[in-house]
Design a protein around this ligand. Sequence first.
Ligand code: NAP
Ligand code: ZN
Length: 349
Amino acid sequence: MTTVNAYASFAADQPLAPTTIERREVGPHDVLIDIKFAGICHSDIHTARAEWGEPTNRPIVVGHEIAGIVSEVGSEVSKHKVGDRVGVGCMVNSCRECENCQAGMEQYCLKGMTGTYDAIDVDGNPTAGGYSTAIVVTEDFVLRIPEGIELDAAAPLLCAGVTLFSPLARFGAGPGKKVAIIGLGGLGHMGVKIAHAMGAEVTVLSQSLKKQEDGLRLGADHYYATSDDETFASLKGSFDLIVNTVSANLPMDSYLGLLKAEGTLVEVGAPEKPMPISAFSLIGGGKTLAGSMIGGIAQTQEMLDFCAEHHLGAEIEVIGADKINEAWERVVASDVRYRFVIDTSTFDN
Ligand code: NAP
Ligand code: ZN
């Protein structure tokens, strides 16, 4: 066991605080990663604040956008070597045998994938995430970060990047397709960059026009404020594909009205409460409402390679340990441009 520094949530209504955690010994198929950067995903906040129910274990160390350097490998490891630039996303294992795992959809493992945090690891201990200085992960769930993407800008790709890449690829975002991204936050800004790189015509639907200049710079062709009712009237029936990244409840019927006939709205945001939908919003126009959760391991690697090829990283604000709690408040207030990334070298507790 190795003791490492970490930041943990001790209670839903308390700020994160420094602590230490134990990492398991490096087994034959394991990789020890010296974590350099960890992105702050809104899911970290939903989890720690018990917005999806009380997490399995406290204190809980969150963080599933991990970028670092391999510092030790087990005797049987063939995919990674000491010194490699690597990443870990939202999962650290799955059964690998069920139909979904076999099809490369480990995130939908029928026995339940092992989350990077809030799950039980192979050694029977709770998993603990990226707000820490090192992690031990089985080699198959460790991704290669290509040269050409800085490690800090790469970290958010491990969750935000793949969460948008996967549905955009699945529903054919590309030339001739009109794609709208709802919410220009951590996920949304990667959606704009990736959909643009795929060749789609991209529209941002944001609460206000405050971030319009950024949205256009990131690759959007159009930008609208959803606080303006005129937006819903003028864009009625416009989009082939809409991806909703918003962390709060939205009036879904209004957004379904923005789809073309047989268009698809993909939900990736994960708000605390259910969102009602009228049957008529779907049947009128033959619309599809879909969902998507991160991506499989092979697809995550494909996304990283795609981002390297297109020179896409996240737009980040790198912070030290002393700013994590403040950053969380800013994420909740939609005041993030566009992902906070923690420099874990500041964890000197
Ligand atoms: P984020 O950085 O906070 O971005 C969410 C954006 O939604 C905000 O920047 C804001 O954009 C918009 N928004 C927030 N509150 C709103 C409100 N009340 N009404 C309308 N718009 C609002 O969060 P994130 O890290 O991108 O995560 C977004 C959601 O996706 C979270 O619920 C998270 O748990 C979930 N998630 C899902 C997956 C998955 O696999 N499906 C993966 C990761 C995260 P504007 O200011 O532009 O309006
Ligand atoms: Zn996430």
